[in-house]
Design a protein around this ligand. Structure first.
Ligand code: SF4
Length: 379
C-alpha cells in the first residue's frame, strides 16, 4: 500500500494573534459541532476514493488550535480515521496545542485515544515577548502544559519558539533557547517573526509602530539557534527544525519529500497523485459545501511537470541532508543534471550547494541564503 500523510485542520483559536496569517478564526462554540460533523462527512467521502486505498503513516491535527475542540470530538476524529482508513501500526499522530487550552484530564484522554506526539506553541519564555506577540497564554501556563503533557504520557514533545522579535536582544534569545532545552523536548522548531500581509502586525508596521531587526541581526539569531541546539545534541535536520536522534517530525518529512497528503477541513490542501486541491477557508462556507456535496474543494490544479519538479526540489532542499537524485529522476523520467545544468554550475561556483551523483544539498553558506538559493531552481 502506498503511504499517505493525513492532515486535519481545526480553524478555531481563543484569539487571533497579531502576526498570524494562518486560516484561524475566533472560537465559535455554536459552529464547532457542525464543523466536526462536516469533517467526519468529508473523511467518509475521501475514504471511498483513492486515498482510502493508501496506508496512513502520519496524522497531524493542526490549526488554529485543535485543543479548543471539546475532548470528545478529538477522540471521535481519531476513532473515525481508524474506522475508515488503513492506519499503520506505528503511525505518528500529532496535535498542536496552545498552553492556555489544555488541562491534564483531556491530555490523558488524548494519549489513551492514540495521539502520541504533541506540538506546543510556546514562542517565548518571557512575559513581555508574549505580550508583544499578542499571545493569550502566560509563562506559567507553558510550564504547566509541558508538565501535564509528560504526566499524561507524551514522550514525543515538540516546542515552537520565535526569534528576531522587535527589541529582542541576543541574551534574551539565548535564555529562551536555554529554557526550552531545560524541558528536554524531543523536537524544537525555531522561526523568525515575519510580517505577513493583512495581519494586525502588518498594519502596525505600515504605521511605523513595529520594526523588525535588520536582516544581518536576524541571521545572527539563526546562527545562535544552530550553535546552541546542535551543541546540546540536537540534529539540525531542516532549515527551522531540530530533533533528538530519530525524532524528526515524520508528517512534515512527507511534505518536504513532496509525497501524497490528504488535507481535511477548512482551507486544508491536498496533494494526491500529482494533483493539488484546496478547500474553502471560511469554516461556515466549508460546512455549507460539505452539506451540499460531501466535499468543499475551492480549486484543483494538475501540476505541469516542470513545476512539479521545481516544487519537489524546493521542498527537498529544505532538508539538511538535501534531496536524493535517483528517486527524483525516476519520478520525473528526466536527467537531473541536464535539466538544471545552468543553475547547478552557477550555484556550485558560488559555493551555495553540494552535489554528487546521488544527492544535492545546501552548503553551510547556502543554508543562510536558503530562500534565494531555492528560488533559482523555480525561476
Ligand atoms: S494560536 Fe496560532 S493559529 Fe491561533 S491565532 Fe495564534 S498564531 Fe494563529
Amino acid at each position: 500500500m502506498n503511504p499517505l500523510g493525513l492532515y486535519i485542520h481545526i480553524p478555531y483559536c481563543l484569539h487571533k494573534c497579531g502576526y498570524c496569517d494562518f486560516n484561524s478564526h475566533k472560537i465559535n462554540t455554536e459552529e464547532m459541532d457542525s464543523y466536526v460533523t462536516a469533517l467526519l462527512r468529508e473523511m467518509g467521502h475521501y475514504a471511498k476514493g483513492p486515498a482510502g486505498e493508501k496506508l496512513i503513516t502520519t496524522i497531524f491535527l493542526g490549526g488554529g488550535t485543535p485543543t479548543t475542540l471539546p475532548i470528545h470530538w478529538l477522540e471521535e476524529i481519531l476513532q473515525n480515521i481508524h474506522k475508515r482508513f488503513s492506519v499503520s501500526d506505528n503511525c505518528e499522530i500529532t496535535f498542536e496545542a496552545n498552553p492556555a487550552t489544555v488541562s491534564l484530564e483531556p491530555l490523558q484522554r488524548m494519549r489513551t485515544a492514540g495521539y502520541n506526539r504533541i506540538s506546543i506553541g510556546v514562542q517565548s519564555f518571557h512575559e513581555h515577548e508574549l505580550k508583544l506577540l499578542d499571545r493569550v497564554h502566560s509563562i506559567e501556563e507553558i510550564h504547566m502544559t509541558v508538565e501535564r503533557a509528560r504526566e499524561a504520557g507524551f514522550d514525543n514533545l515538540s516546542l515552537d519558539l520565535m526569534f528576531a522579535l522587535p527589541h529582542q536582544t541576543m541574551a534574551l534569545w539565548e535564555d529562551n533557547l536555554a529554557q526550552a532545552l531545560a524541558k528536554n523536548p524531543e523536537h524544537l522548531s525555531t522561526y523568525n517573526l515575519t510580517i505577513e500581509p493583512e495581519t494586525a502586525f502588518h498594519t502596525l508596521q505600515a504605521k511605523g509602530k513595529l520594526t523588525l531587526p535588520p536582516d544581518d541581526f536576524q541571521l545572527e539569531f539563526y546562527k545562535k539557534s544552530i550553535q546552541t541546539l546542535t551543541g546540546a545534541g540536537y540534529q539540525h535536520y531542516e532549515i527551522s527544525n531540530f530533533c533528538k536522534p530519530g525524532k524528526q517530525c515524520r508528517h512534515n518529512l512527507i511534505y518536504w519529500n513532496n509525497d501524497d497528503t490528504l488535507g481535511l477541513g477548512a482551507g486544508a490542501s491536498s496533494f494526491l497523485g500529482g494533483t493539488r486541491f484546496k478547500n474553502y477557508n471560511l469554516p461556515s462556507r466549508y460546512i455549507r459545501e460539505i452539506g451540499i456535496a460531501g466535499t468543499a474543494v475551492e480549486f484543483t490544479e494538475q501540476l505541469e511537470p516542470s513545476r512539479a519538479m521545481g516544487e519537489t526540489l524546493m521542498l527537498g532542499l529544505r532538508l539538511k541532508e538535501g534531496m536524493a537524485i535517483p528517486p527524483f529522476e525516476e519520478r520525473f523520467q528526466t536527467s537531473f543534471h541536464k535539466t538544471y545544468d545552468r543553475v547547478i554550475s552557477s550555484l556550485t561556483e558560488k559555493n551555495l550547494i553540494t552535489l554528487d551523483d546521488n544527492r544535492i544539498a545546501l552548503s553551510p553558506k547556502g543554508l543562510f541564503l536558503a530562500d534565494s538559493v531555492i528560488l533559482e531552481f523555480i525561476a
